[in-house]
Design a binder for this molecule. Structure first.
Ligand SMILES: Nc1ncnc2c1ncn2[C@@H]1O[C@H](COP(=O)(O)OP(=O)(O)O)[C@@H](O)[C@H]1O
Ligand SMILES: [Mg+2]
Length: 329
């Protein structure tokens, strides 16, 4: 069965536009001077660690909190000037699911359909479509309280789609999910983008940004630290990384002190791994390995690799956010 999504607008131009947005809470500048624009069918990543200002940005763009500085538009509607028009063209799904546990997926969706004033005669078909398209048939008639984390999150996102929004805001849609559920949510997001929805996705997972986003803004403490495609950001770093694994904790400690002063070095005691950015080519890698050998450090493995977004983030902010597989505290 082929299913059609009608984007109910003739609007052309960027779907989501942020112009030098800013927001403060008393003395705290939560968001400062952030700009971007997102076209139809694009997945735009807002990447940053906890407290970076991601949710604050999403809340401003979705009319939930006021904008202190700068401006924003969704589908050409000014967010501050015409919030009702903006609300009619957006969907929002958050980290905390808006799902009613005591209802099934179908019943939850029916509730949203009523909320969005979808004519009664169309509701049933619309819900069947969504259930089918996002692979929810096997659990759609069970109570939501029995769902896995991934099933619940999918229902939460699909609930935001009932009104066929032009712009979808996903605030950390996969935080706390296991890898399998995360992949399911990623699939759903890709389907939506392919059908023309403009998607703003916030994440603290570099891997997620790398895999999903066409373009990124990296923010840290409210400020933009980089913009561009994941590929561009990695390319701009312009250096490879030497990754060395030590055989034991003692070897790790010895290696860590031997390479103590090397610029950009990053050690992870739990995996006994040290990453070193390579700026001057092969001789530098050989030199580093030789220094470890001279100290009698037992190396279990090493490789030279292309930089990841993780390395980009480290270079930009001096700290490492969450890695791909785990939730952060
Ligand atoms: N309502 C609020 N009142 C005071 N401070 C807030 C409020 N909302 C967020 N903040 C602060 O603003 C900063 C950015 O928060 P947030 O946008 O939630 O970050 P993120 O979503 O990237 O984790 C944090 O320092 C946070 O503590
Ligand atoms: Mg947040």
């Amino acid at each position: 069965m082929s299913i059609r999504v009608v984007v109910m607008s003739t609007y052309i131009g960027p779907v989501i536009e942020a112009r030098r947005l800013g927001k403060s809470f008393k003395d705290l500048v939560a968001v400062h001077d952030v700009s971007f624009s997102i076209d139809r069918g694009r997945i735009f990543g807002l990447l940053g660690p906890n407290g970076a200002g991601k949710t604050t940005l999403v809340k401003m763009l979705t009319t939930l909190i006021s904008i202190d500085r700068g401006g924003a538009a969704v589908a050409g509607h000014d967010v501050a000037g015409d919030p009702d028009a903006v609300r009619r063209v957006i969907g929002l799904a958050g980290q905390v699911a808006a799902v009613d546990e005591k209802l099934s997926a179908r019943e939850n969706l029916a509730l949203f359909a009523r909320l969005y004033k979808i004519p009664r005669r169309q509701r049933r078909r619309r819900i069947d479509e969504l259930v089918e398209r996002f692979g929810m048939a096997e659990f759609a008639d069970r109570l939501a309280s029995t769902y896995s984390g991934g099933q619940r999150r999918r229902l939460d996102i699909v609930a935001a789609l009932v009104a066929e929004p032009m712009a979808l805001f996903l605030d950390e849609p996969t935080t706390g999910l296991d890898p399998r559920s995360r992949a399911d949510v990623w699939d759903a997001i890709r389907v939506l983008a392919a059908e023309g929805t403009a998607i703003l996705l916030t994440t603290q997972y570099l891997e997620e940004a790398d895999r999903l986003a066409d373009e990124l803004v990296v923010i840290d403490r409210g400020r933009t630290v980089a913009t561009g495609s994941p590929e561009l950001l990695k390319h701009q770093l312009g250096r490879d990384v030497l990754e060395v694994h030590m055989a034991t904790d003692t070897d790790f400690a010895a290696a860590d002190s031997t390479l103590g002063a090397v610029e950009g070095k990053l050690g992870d005691p739990s995996s006994r791994q040290i990453d070193v950015p390579i700026t001057t080519g092969a001789t530098q890698s050989l030199d580093l390995l030789r220094r470890l050998e001279d100290r009698g450090v037992a190396i279990s493995d090493f490789r030279l690799r292309r930089p990841t977004l993780d390395d980009v983030f480290l270079a930009l902010t001096g700290n490492r956010p969450t890695d791909g597989g785990h939730d952060s505290p």
